[in-house]
Ligand binder design. Structure first.
Ligand code: MLT
Length: 311
């Protein structure tokens, strides 16, 4: 019967490669985290996970594609605080509900946010940065990864707190945005730590502060926003795997198990931690924990972004 054949399909899963959509350009934080985690998950699942970059509209294009894919475990998306937290506030015609149209698999990594600028930006620390962008708001450019992305949402919060409206320069992801920051084409951005650590360590960009209560162990010399004089700017992001709504429970369980194994694997952990990623504890990795996170993040970001936009 139907029940038996469905059970059989789930028991044999996965029988062919799995696609993991990264809804941003290659080389950005979502892409970096997806590739690190997928590599180890592939070993547990015994099938390749192919990362496919589907950039556009702040990650909502790729997330929509995942929401509308067959719920068979062969199409997943690495979503994040933007696509599954901020987007509903900024896209009135969003084609998915982050909480209702996906089957959450689990949290991959937390990502502190940093305020960074091109190397020769004329401010040596966060206080000077704040003074400079306030005095020169009409000529300062801010890069972001599309409306509703993490870089856009978290810098919208910063801009609102500082009362500035810089010129916004959109990219398909903060990978390409970071390239332009390094070459000096844009002035500053707010970005997730995993994308930034190698450049900050190499001295190719300036890091003014990390917006978390504690410094990141991967960047011990970068002060917190509190230490650097902007204590109210506190924000972190996260990246997580989602399947389409209706994906069978035992497939979700296999995927979640592969994710948990990856996050316990020594070399996978090291790669994430070296880039400043934050790995959730065991309870924080469950599908239910991710579901709760999405619900609370949509509730948290909606008033913040609607308020900031109407100012
Ligand atoms: C974002 O700003 O949402 C991310 O940095 C996207 C990306 O992975 O490029």
């Amino acid at each position: 019967g139907l029940g038996l054949s469905l059970g059989g399909a789930a028991a044999a899963y996965p029988e062919r490669p799995i696609t993991m959509i990264v809804p941003f350009a290659a080389g950005g934080p979502t892409d970096v985290i997806a590739r690190i985690v997928a590599e180890n998950m592939s070993k547990t699942l015994g099938q390749q996970i192919i990362v496919e970059n589907v950039a556009g509209a702040g990650g909502t294009t790729g997330s929509t594609r995942a929401a509308q894919a067959a719920p068979d475990g062969y199409t997943l998306v690495m979503g994040h605080m933007g696509t599954h937290g901020a987007a509903p506030a900024l896209y009135p015609n969003l084609k998915y509900d982050p909480a209702k149209d996906f089957a959450p698999v689990g949290l991959a990594a937390g990502t502190p946010i940093l305020i960074v600028a091109k190397k020769d930006f004329p401010a040596k620390d966060l206080k000077e940065f704040v003074a400079y962008v306030k005095a020169n708001a009409d000529k300062v450019n801010q890069a972001h990864a599309g409306v509703g992305s993490v870089s856009h949402s978290t810098c919208t919060l910063l801009d609102a707190q500082l009362g500035i409206k810089p010129t916004l320069v959109p990219y398909g992801g903060t990978g390409p945005a970071l390239n332009d920051l390094v070459s000096g084409q844009v002035d500053f951005m707010c970005d997730q730590i995993v994308n930034l650590v190698p450049q900050i360590q190499a001295g190719t960009i300036k890091a003014y502060a990390v917006a978390t209560p504690e410094r990141s162990p991967s960047l011990p010399n970068v002060p917190t926003t509190k230490e650097a004089g902007l204590p109210d700017y506190q924000v972190s992001a996260w990246n997580a795997i989602f399947a389409p709504k209706g994906t069978p429970q035992d497939i979700i369980a296999k995927l979640n198990n592969a994710l948990v194994v990856a996050l316990d694997d020594e070399s996978t952990r090291k790669r994430l931690l070296d880039l400043g990623g934050v790995i959730a504890d065991k309870p924080g990795r469950s599908p239910q924990a991710l579901n709760d996170l999405v619900v609370s993040e949509v509730a948290r970001w909606t008033p913040v972004l609607k308020g900031a936009n109407s100012k």
